[in-house]
Design a protein around this ligand. Structure first.
Ligand SMILES: Nc1nc2c(c(=O)[nH]1)N[C@H]1C(S)=C(S)[C@@H](COP(=O)(O)O)O[C@H]1N2
Ligand SMILES: [Mo]
Length: 394
C-alpha cells in the first residue's frame, strides 16, 4: 500500500464499518492495525448487485473501485446465456479455420507453447450506465459497476493466427464460445473483429485472470481480451476462431452492439439505418469514495475514484463541488499502464451538510467526459459526468 492510499483506506474502512453497523469511536488505529483491519473488511463489503438472476448478471458496487485491481470474486459478470456446463472444459479444444493456410486444433498444452503475455486492462460492458439514459432502453439496467480492471495472462491472438497463416482473403476474425441459449431459436453469441484488432499485440487469448486460472464465470478455460474495446468483443468460453472476408452475420453483430451513425442517434433499434459495431469505449471517470447517498464524516480527507478510456490514456481529472461552475484538478496516482484505468484523488475537507461532487475526465485524444451522453436505442456507452450526493456529519 502506498502512502497516498492510506487516507482513502481509512475512509473506506470507516464507510464499510458504518455499513456493518460498527462504531469506530475509541479505536486506536496504528499502521499495522489499519492494514489488518483493512484486510479484514473483505467480508463486510456490500454484496455484488444482481441485475439479472438467470443467468447471473452481477454488478460491482462502485465503492470497490478504491483499489487499482478489481479482485476476480468482486468482478462484474455479464453473460447472455450463462456459462456452459463445467465438465465441457475437459477435453477442451480451440479450432482455428477459415481463410488460413493450416487449420489448427489446439489443446491447452499447445496454447502454452506460444509466448506468455500478462497485461492489465479494463473490461467494461457496452451497457454500463444504461440506467442513466432517458427514456429507458431495454436491457440490463447497469448503473456504474459493469466495469473492472484486472490482470490478464495468455497468448497473443496474433501469434496463433500467424502459426495458422492467413490467406489474402482474410479481413475479419470471427469468434464463438461454448455457451448456448436455452431455446434453439435464440441466436448464438458470435462476434467478429477486423483483422487489424485481431493482430494488435495487446489482443490476447487469456487463460488467467489476476494471476489465477480464469474462472468459468469469466470465460474459462479461454477468453478473448481486447484492451480498449467494450466487453462484447471479449468472447468467453472460446472454442472457435474463424478467419474470413466478411464481418460475422447474426444478431449479436448485425443488430445488437451497434451505434447509429446518425448525429443524433435517435433512431429505434432494428430500423434500417447506418450503424457501426461498437469498438472502443469513451472516456469516463467514476467516484468510488464517497459513495452516493451515504453519510460521511467531516473528518474525511479526500475524494477518490478511477478514470478510463479506450482511446489513449487519461491526462486529466477535474472535480466540481458547485454543480459544475468551477472545476479543480485532481491528482492522478498509482500505476499508469496503457489499458488499465487510472486512480485519482482530490484532497477535501468537507463542510457539514449536503455536498454534491462531480468528476470529469479528459483523455490523450482530447475527449472530455460530457455532461450527459446522447441517447441511443441500445443504451450503450454511457459516459456522462459522474455525480454523487452525500450528507456530511460531525
Ligand atoms: N461467449 C460469450 N462471451 C461473452 C458474453 C456472452 O454472453 N457469451 N458476454 C459478453 C459481454 S456483453 C461482456 S460485457 C463480457 C463480460 O465479461 P465478464 O462476465 O467476465 O465480466 O463478456 C462478453 N463475452
Ligand atoms: Mo456487455
Amino acid at each position: 500500500m502506498t502512502e497516498r492510499n492510506i487516507p482513502a483506506a481509512i475512509s473506506r474502512r470507516g464507510f464499510l464499518a458504518r455499513i456493518a453497523g460498527l462504531s469506530l469511536s475509541g479505536l486506536v488505529v496504528g499502521p499495522v492495525a489499519l492494514l489488518a483491519r483493512t484486510a479484514g473488511t473483505r467480508d463486510i463489503r456490500p454484496p455484488l448487485i444482481t441485475r439479472v438472476s438467470r443467468p447471473e448478471n452481477l454488478e460491482t458496487p462502485v465503492s470497490d473501485f478504491t483499489a487499482w485491481l478489481t479482485p476476480t470474486e468482486r468482478f462484474f459478470v455479464r453473460s447472455h446465456f450463462g456459462p456452459p456446463p463445467s465438465e465441457q472444459s475437459d477435453g477442451w479444444r480451440l479450432t482455428v479455420d477459415g481463410d488460413v493456410v493450416r487449420p489448427l486444433t489446439l489443446s491447452p498444452d499447445d496454447l502454452a507453447r506460444f509466448p506468455t503475455v500478462t497485461q492489465a486492462a479494463v473490461l467494461q460492458c457496452s451497457g454500463n450506465g444504461r440506467a442513466f439514459f432517458t427514456p429507458k432502453t431495454p436491457g440490463a439496467q447497469w448503473e456504474k459497476g459493469a466495469v473492472g480492471n484486472a490482470r490478464w495472462t495468455g497468448v497473443r491472438l496474433r501469434d496463433v493466427l500467424e502459426s495458422a497463416g492467413m490467406t489474402a482473403a482474410a479481413r475479419h476474425v470471427q469468434l464463438m464460445g461454448a455457451d448456448r441459449p436455452v431455446l434453439p431459436t435464440v441466436p448464438l453469441f458470435i462476434r467478429s473483429m477486423p483483422i487489424e484488432k485481431a493482430l494488435h499485440p495487446a489482443t490476447l487469448l487469456a487463460y488467467r485472470m489476476n494471476d489465477d486460472a480464469l474462472p468459468l464465470l469469466h470465460g474459462g478455460p479461454l477468453r478473448l481480451v481486447t484492451p480498449g474495446w467494450a466487453g462484447d468483443a471479449w468472447v468467453k468460453w472460446l472454442t472457435s476462431i474463424r478467419v474470413q472476408a466478411q464481418e460475422a452475420d447474426g444478431y449479436f453483430m448485425k443488430t445488437a452492439y451497434r451505434m447509429p451513425a446518425t448525429a443524433d442517434r435517435s433512431v429505434a433499434n432494428g430500423q434500417r439505418v447506418d450503424s457501426t459495431p461498437i469498438e472502443a469505449y469513451p472516456v469516463k471517470s467514476l467516484i468510488a469514495f464517497p459513495a452516493d447517498g451515504t453519510r460521511i464524516s467531516e473528518r474525511e480527507t479526500a475524494i477518490q475514484g478511477v478514470a478510463l478510456t479506450g482511446n489513449g490514456g487519461i491526462t486529466r481529472i477535474e472535480v466540481s463541488l458547485d454543480a459544475g461552475t468551477t472545476w479543480h484538478e485532481a491528482e492522478l496516482f498509482g500505476p499508469a499502464e496503457p489499458y488499465a484505468w487510472r486512480q485519482w484523488r482530490y484532497p477535501w475537507r468537507p463542510a457539514r451538510g449536503t455536498q454534491r461532487i462531480l468528476s470529469r475526465a479528459t483523455d490523450s485524444q482530447g475527449h472530455v467526459q460530457p455532461d450527459t451522453t446522447p441517447w441511443n436505442p441500445g443504451g450503450y456507452l454511457w459516459n456522462g459526468i459522474d455525480r454523487v450526493r452525500v450528507a456530511v456529519v460531525g
